[in-house]
Design a protein around this ligand. Structure first.
Ligand code: ADP
Ligand code: 5GP
Length: 217
C-alpha cells in the first residue's frame, strides 16, 4: 500500500540574475521525482548551453508555427526574444507522476496560473540591487546593453512578487535552496493534492477492521 506523490507544475520566477535557473537545476538534480521543463526560445545559445538540455533553440518561424498549432502552454516576449513552454513538456512529466519545474518570467507565470490551477508559484528575490547587478555581471553571458536591459526589466518583475504563493530570498545559495525544497516537499503532503488519500484511508480502515475481528475471534 503506497500513497502516490502528487505531480504538479512548480514555477520559479525572478528578475534575471536572481538565481532561479541555478535553484531550478538544483531541485531537479537532488530530487529524482522532479524534472525540468525545457522551454523553446528564439534567443541564441550562451556558451556552454546545449540544445534540448537548456532550451529548445528555434528560429522565429518555428516559434510562430508552435503558436499556430497551439503547442505552447504559455509564451512571452522577454528581453526582446520569444520564450515559451511546450505543452508536451508539462503533459509528459505529469503523466509520469513527476513534479515539473518551470523557470519562466512573470508574464509566463501568470498564464500558467490560469491554465494549471494547481501550479505552485515561487518568486525568487536577490538580497540586494548591488548583488543582482554583480550576479548579472559575473555570469558574463550578456553584453553591457543586454545586461542593462535585464536590470531595467528587473524593476518591473520585482513588483509582481505579491502575486506569487511563496517568496524566497536567494542570499546564501544553499540556504535558499533549502527554502525552495522545503516548500515543494510540503506541497507533496498537502491533503488536497494527494489524489489517492481516500483509497488509502479506506484500505487502512478495512485492514484495521480485519485485525479487530481476528483478535475478537
Ligand atoms: P536567473 O536564472 O535568475 O537569471 P542564474 O541562476 O543564471 O539567474 O544566476 C545568475 C548568476 O548568479 C549565476 O552566475 C549564478 O551562478 C549566480 N548565483 C545564483 N545564486 C547565487 C547565490 N545565492 N550567491 C551567489 N551567486 C549566485
Ligand atoms: P534567459 O535568457 O536568461 O535564459 O531567460 C530570460 C528570461 O526568460 C528568464 O526570466 C526566464 O525565466 C524566462 N523564460 C525562460 N523560458 C521561458 C518560457 O518558456 N516562458 C516564459 N514566459 N519565460 C521564459
Amino acid at each position: 500500500m503506497t500513497l502516490a506523490r502528487p505531480a504538479f507544475p512548480v514555477v520559479l520566477a525572478a528578475p534575471s540574475g536572481a538565481g532561479k535557473t541555478t535553484l531550478a537545476r538544483m531541485l531537479v538534480e537532488r530530487n529524482e521525482d522532479v524534472v525540468f521543463s525545457i522551454s523553446a526560445t528564439t534567443r541564441p545559445p550562451r556558451k556552454g548551453e546545449r540544445d534540448g538540455r537548456d532550451y529548445h533553440f528555434i528560429d522565429d518561424d518555428t516559434f510562430a508555427r508552435m503558436i499556430d498549432r497551439d503547442e505552447l502552454a504559455e509564451w512571452a516576449v522577454v528581453h526582446g526574444r520569444r520564450y515559451g513552454t511546450p505543452r508536451r513538456e508539462i503533459a509528459s512529466a505529469l503523466e509520469r507522476g513527476r513534479t515539473v519545474v518551470l523557470d519562466i518570467d512573470v508574464q509566463g507565470a501568470r498564464q500558467v496560473r490560469r491554465v494549471f490551477a494547481e501550479a505552485l508559484l515561487i518568486f525568487v528575490l536577490p538580497p540586494s540591487a548591488d548583488e543582482l547587478a554583480r550576479r548579472l555581471t559575473s555570469r558574463a553571458s550578456e553584453d553591457p546593453a543586454e545586461r542593462r536591459r535585464r536590470m531595467t526589466n528587473a524593476m518591473r518583475e520585482i513588483e509582481a512578487a505579491p502575486e506569487f504563493d511563496f517568496v524566497v530570498l536567494n542570499d546564501d545559495l544553499e540556504r535558499a535552496y533549502a527554502r525552495v525544497e522545503s516548500i515543494v516537499r510540503s506541497e507533496w503532503s498537502r491533503v488536497k493534492r494527494v489524489r489517492d488519500l481516500e483509497r488509502f484511508a479506506d484500505e487502512l480502515v478495512r485492514d484495521l477492521e480485519a485485525i479487530i475481528r481476528q483478535e475478537e475471534s
